[in-house]
Each structure stands twice: as C-alpha cells, then as structure tokens.
Design a protein around this ligand. Structure first.
Ligand SMILES: [Zn+2]
Ligand SMILES: [Zn+2]
Length: 112
C-alpha cells in the first residue's frame, strides 16, 4: 500500500484511552470547547487521580482549567435517533431556562 496516512477520524477519539467514543457511550463534555469531550469513566478516573495528588485538572486538549460545575454528562446519541436528539435539545433548553430563572432570582434585570 502506498498511502500510509491515517484514515480514522480523530475528533471522536478519547485522548485518555485512544478509543473512539461510540453511540451509547457515556460522555463528559468540558465547557472550554464543544469538541473537548471524553469517556465519562476516563474523565472521572483521571480528574480524581489529579485531585488526589493536589493538582488542578486541566483540559488535556487545550490546557484550560476544568470547571467541574460546567462539565456536562450525557450519553452519546445513536445515529438516526432523532427522538433522542430532540430530547437532548429539550434538556438543553430546560437548562437555559433554569439559568435565566437563576439570573432573575439573583436580581439581574433584563433590559427589555
Ligand atoms: Zn476513554
Ligand atoms: Zn479544552
């Protein structure tokens, strides 16, 4: 074979275990970038390991400090599972709403 280039898509690869993240896998997504996501189990074991040693856990892709409160956990949608995608959307919207409610609760005024 002439071409020795890698043909695999790297964007779905978990940098901890080098396995692809597949539909149905549990995923942790960091707030630093939409594509900075990893297997939940990999993320959990590494972040726990770092913290146990007293080190801050940085995103392995961009070195941004990881804000644990902004890490979102979800199950990777199966291809063609439109219902699941819609449900994810609905959950995201509910989350946005709760943020808005929190903002109001804290006395932030909407300039309408
Ligand atoms: Zn992994
Ligand atoms: Zn990142």
């Amino acid at each position: 074979m002439m071409g020795s280039g890698l043909t695999k898509e790297a964007q779905n690869e978990c940098v901890f275990c080098y396995e692809n993240m597949l539909p149905g896998d549990r995923i942790c997504q960091l707030a630093c970038h939409p594509k900075h996501k990893f297997h939940e189990a990999c993320y959990d074991s590494f972040s726990t390991h770092f913290e146990a040693n007293g080190y801050p856990f940085l995103c392995p892709l961009c070195r941004a400090p990881v804000d644990k409160s902004k890490v979102t956990r979800h199950v990777m949608a199966k291809p063609g599972a439109a219902l699941t995608a819609a449900e994810e959307n609905e959950k995201a919207m509910a989350y946005e709403m709760s943020l808005m409610n929190n903002a109001k609760h804290m006395g932030v005024n909407d300039a309408l």
